[in-house]
Design a protein around this ligand. Structure first.
Ligand SMILES: *Cc1c(COP(=O)(O)O)cnc(C)c1O
Length: 407
């Protein structure tokens, strides 16, 4: 009989979004008239930039003739896209990268999940808390979790609480760790780190041989000037960090699927025999073996995001969402709520009033205001007592929701 990877049965079924759906369905069944506004979704609602769709169509037409048809492409992505990424996302920040340090993929979820393939099972992993669940669950699947305790924490994973008390800045771990996931601007809290705050982590990582896995999926939403768009803006980061980026939230590619991961050639980690090995080589080996590249037509669409029209269209959508974020933040503050995030990210992290638990407040919003949020506790133990709202809806619904919340 084949044996399973037992780590998979250690992970409780992700009941967060199914539980939300169930509660909404039950409420709707009892109150068919209710006009429910959904502010829990982490998906974009605005369409793709026109420039991207035009490039996608033009690339699709090329598949009709054998002269221009594309079969298997390079597993790491086409040079036209890798060069465009380096030129537009890094050169303006003063960061020099070679194209073979950029790996195009079908998104940042896959890459942040798959990166564990090239890392030893023995690594001690640290995550901020609350956290994007992919980091934790993929490490548990790989056997790096240990056991799940009653407090919702895995015994072998270090949790770095991010709370109003510490300004949502994760404190450097006291014990030994090997790998840390940092996501800034942050999902779910919507907060971010300044350049000086991120520098502390880079310095710590260099001093302690720690690998930083930096998720920059929300960099396009940054509005403040002292917030880094890339971890490589900080000296030494190329020796300690991998950076994950995505077109999903930036350009509405959640259903189109494209992202990229930067693995600098300077970056090394230790083999069992003590030898220092370049992670670029290992990730390249991993990708060429297990991944056959992102579709040509999709890479052409991603390239078009960087054209002058593409950039303008992308910025329009970002501005639209960030205007929603401002509306929610201002409205909630006027109503007396304690609100975090919403300045450099499309997420609003809301302290529940009167010491309510996350789920209690979720039920209150659903039944009293007909608004659906995401209970903070679903993102980790330190999310208890918080709720996440997103700015990805329409401005019309956002305004209606804020009016209800003010009452
Ligand atoms: C949405 C999101 C991503 C993007 O994932 P894709 O697979 O590129 O769609 C990555 N990281 C975080 C934290 C996210 O919220």
């Amino acid at each position: 009989m084949a044996k399973i990877n037992d780590n998979f049965i250690k992970i409780p079924a992700t009941y967060l979004f199914s539980e939300i759906a169930k509660r909404v369905e039950n409420y709707k069944a009892a109150n068919p008239q209710a006009d429910i506004i959904r502010m829990g979704i982490g998906d974009v609602t605005r369409p793709l930039p026109k420039a991207a769709v035009e490039a996608l169509k033009a690339a699709a037409d090329k598949q009709l003739t054998s002269a221009t048809f594309r079969g298997y492409g390079p597993e790491q992505g086409y040079d036209f896209l890798r060069e465009t990424i380096v030129k537009n996302d890094y050169e303006p920040l003063g960061i020099k990268l070679d194209t073979d340090e950029v790996f195009v993929s079908d998104g940042a979820k896959s890459d942040t999940g798959n990166i564990g393939d090239i890392l030893s099972r023995d690594n001690i992993i640290a995550v901020t808390d609350p956290v994007y669940p992919v980091y934790v669950d993929t490490n548990v699947m790989a056997g790096r979790g240990g056991n799940l305790a009653a407090d919702g924490k895995w015994s072998n994973i270090q949790y770095l609480p991010c709370l109003p008390e510490n300004g949502f800045e994760p404190q450097l771990p006291k014990g030994k760790i090997d790998v840390v996931y940092l996501c800034y601007p942050n999902n779910p809290t919507g907060t971010t780190l300044t350049t000086a705050q991120l520098k502390k982590w880079v310095d710590y990582a260099l001093e302690n041989d720690v690998l930083i896995l930096f998720d920059a999926a929300y960099k396009a939403f940054i509005t403040e000037s002292d917030v880094p768009h890339s971890i490589y803006e900080i000296d030494g980061a190329k020796e300690c960090a991998i950076e994950f980026c995505s077109f999903s939230k930036t350009a509405g590619f959640t259903g189109t699927r494209c992202g990229y991961t930067v693995v600098p050639k300077e970056l090394k980690a230790t083999a069992e025999n003590g030898e220092k090995i370049a992670l670029n080589r290992l990730w390249n080996r991993r990708q060429t073996t297990k991944f056959n590249g992102t579709a040509y037509v999709i890479q052409r669409a991603a390239e078009a995001v960087y054209s002058p029209e593409g950039k303008r269209q992308v910025q329009e959508s970002i501005d639209y969402y960030m205007n929603n974020a401002r509306i929610i933040k201002n409205g909630l503050e006027t109503a007396g709520y304690k609100v975090f995030g919403a300045v450099n990210a499309p997420y609003i992290w809301l302290k529940t009033p009167a010491g309510m638990k996350s789920w209690e407040f979720f039920d209150y919003l659903l039944t009293e205001k007909n608004i659906v949020g995401t209970p903070g506790v679903g993102f980790g133990p330190s999310g208890e007592g918080f709720l996440r709202l997103t700015a990805f809806g329409s401005t019309e619904n956002t305004l209606r929701a804020v009016e209800r919340l003010k009452k």
